[in-house]
Structures are given as C-alpha cells and as structure tokens.
Design a protein around this ligand. Sequence first.
Ligand code: GLU
Length: 305
Amino acid sequence: MMDYGKIIDAIYRDLNTWERTGKVADYIPALAQVDPQHFGISVQLLTGESFHIGDTLKPFSIQSISKVFTLAMVFHHLGEDLWKSVGREPSGTPFNSLIQLEQEAGIPRNPMINAGALVVTDRLLDDWKNPKEELLSFVRCVSGNPSLSYDFGVANSELANSDRNRALAHFMKSYGNIHNDVNDLMDVYCHQCSLQMNTRDLAKSFQFLVNRGVNPWTGNELLTLSQAKRLGAVLMTCGFYDESGDFAFRVGMPGKSGVGGGVVAYIPNVLSIAVWSPALNPHGNSTLGIEALERFTTLIGNSVF
Ligand code: GLU
C-alpha cells in the first residue's frame, strides 16, 4: 500500500521552505487580506482513508472551484442540451476575458472560464427556486460537511467589484444567452465563489467525481457515468484557464483551481487531492499548489495516463 501520508509530508516539508512567489488575488479586496504563507495538503482515498499536512483545517474561499459544483448540478439537470449554450474547448485566454465572446456570438468557450460559468449559474436561476440554498445543500452533501457556508464578507466584496463579470453577463444577454436579471445572477455567482472550505472538505467534495458520478457518502447518483466522463474531460482541458495544457502536462490529473489559492484534482476510482496556497502565478493559479501536485503524481507513480 502506497504511503500517501509520507509522500505529502515530504512534499510539504520541502515546498514550505520556498519563498511564496506570485501574489494573492487583490482584485477582490477581501481576498487581498489573506496571508500568502498558508499551505496545506489533503488526500482523500475512495476507500475512506485520508491524509493531511499543514493548514488543512482553515477555511478559505474556493472561488472558481465552485464552478464544478454548479456545472454538475446543471449538467445533470439539462443533459446534452447544456452544450447548446456553452462550449467545451479550452479558451487559451484568461479566466475573465471578453475577447472571444463577440466572435463566437455570445457562446462561451467552456464552463470553467467566467463567461461559461455565468451561463451555467444563469441556468441554475432558470430552474431552481432557491439557487443559493440549493447549491449550499449540494456542496454540503458532496463534502459530507453540513456546516459549510458562504463567506458573506467575500461575497459582498466581490459584488461591489464585479464590473468585469457584469460586462460579460450583459454582453451575453444581448445574444440571449443569459436569461435572468444580471443583478440576480451576480448575487448567486458571487455567493457561489465565496463558498468556504478547507482542504479536507475540498478533497472530500470531489469524491463524487472519483466515484464516477455517485456520491460515496450517500450512494446518490449526481452524474451519469457518461456525464462524469464529460465533466472530467472539461476539467482536464479547461480547469486551469490558459495554463490548462501545462497543468495536464505537469500533473496529469483533471482538476480545478480558484483565485483563493485552492487547487483540487483527482484520479478516478482512486483519490482526490486538495492543496491550498494563496500566492498565485500570472494565470491566476496557485504556484505552490501546482508544484505540489506535480510532485505528488510523480512520487506516487500514478495519474490518469
Ligand atoms: N470570483 C472570481 C471571479 O469571478 C473567480 C475567478 C477564479 O477563481 O478564477 O473573478
């Protein structure tokens, strides 16, 4: 049996001595306050065992990682129709870029860039009565942690600084690809980004993907087998914005990052791993997080390839 505890211990000890290169996200003022020294790693096996090192109990804002949960909810609900309003090609552009939207008639390249995630959240507003409450109960359910919540300070800070995301939403609305009032959409989107988790919660919350669509904590099917495959493929090709190719090359796992410094990735049927280190590289991904994951798949000699 692989000694995952020893492996993450070695990675942590070495990387924790590194200078934190990069900077914390400061375009959302509440995130600019976060100490860049935080560093934690959690591994969750499908067998139920878990391993942790560093700051694994301190909650942080999961930001764009929340896009995976809304996508799972909406994809399961709409099925293949979802792909009429959002694509599944890597964008090669930054997470909040507007540039492709005009050429591509308001259809975002994929659901992991902000434009695509806004479309997905808009569909949540279409068909769910209380999207914020229902998203929270989905996340509590997949993480097995009934006390997870939004960070209202972060949500309000982001709402007050959401001009770029509003621009994306209004632009897509002009093409008919956003159905709801942009203020209502921003309210749900900024709350979803403010979801607070620690690395333990985060690693657990990806177990339904490790388990190919079935929540191992409850036995409920959240995605069909085919949908779990498709969602994993989107994460592999689009989960790290314009660094997705490099992440796949270095790490070899599907995953997702957020500008709060969280990164989570998984190997189907085996494990999920979450890392938190708030200092971000120029692509908006955690510098230490990616380095830790590259070392992890190298040391365990396993990945999806
Ligand atoms: N809330 C962030 C935004 O919409 C999410 C970006 C990210 O985590 O990559 O700008």
